[in-house]
Design a protein. Structure first.
Length: 147
């Protein structure tokens, strides 16, 4: 199954549209998303709000996951099971999130084939436009078999 993961994400996750998140690169195992610098997304110190950064990173992780396992949607529902974020440095301006799947597709699909509910991590780095690391996030995804 091939489909436009970014368009699918923007259609199925309205909050990503609210934040103007763009999906710049989406390939199996990886995704790059961008969020513009908008005053209405700022926190009390003038940078992107922590919740907006979280949503950007979670969106990138979901795109990387869907680019890898989108062909499994007929038999399993992807769900974020857990997420941890670390804010490293104050972000200012536009921010970019790069997500990387931390498991092999074969391993995850094999667990699904065996009737298990696989869980796997997607790591995300959030950087400013000049490449400064501002946050790191790990999202644990699961594929819940459809009953």
């Amino acid at each position: 199954m091939t489909f436009d993961v970014g368009a699918f994400m923007l259609q199925s996750v309205p909050f990503a549209r609210t934040l103007d998140i763009s999906f710049e690169k989406v390939e199996p195992g990886t995704a790059v998303c961008r969020m513009p610098d908008r005053a209405d997304l700022h926190n009390h110190v003038g940078g992107p709000h922590a919740g907006a950064l979280f949503t950007l990173a979670e969106s990138a992780s979901g795109a990387a996951m869907l680019a890898t396992f989108g062909d499994q949607l007929s038999r399993a529902t992807p769900l974020a099971a857990n997420a941890a974020i670390r804010y490293v440095k104050l972000a200012m301006g536009e921010v970019v999130a790069e997500a990387r799947l931390q498991a092999s597709r074969e391993e995850v699909v094999a667990k699904l084939d065996a009737g298990e509910r696989p869980e796997f991590d997607v790591a995300v780095d959030i950087k400013t436009a000049d490449g400064t690391l501002v946050s790191q996030m790990t999202v644990a995804w699961t594929l819940r078999p459809n009953r």
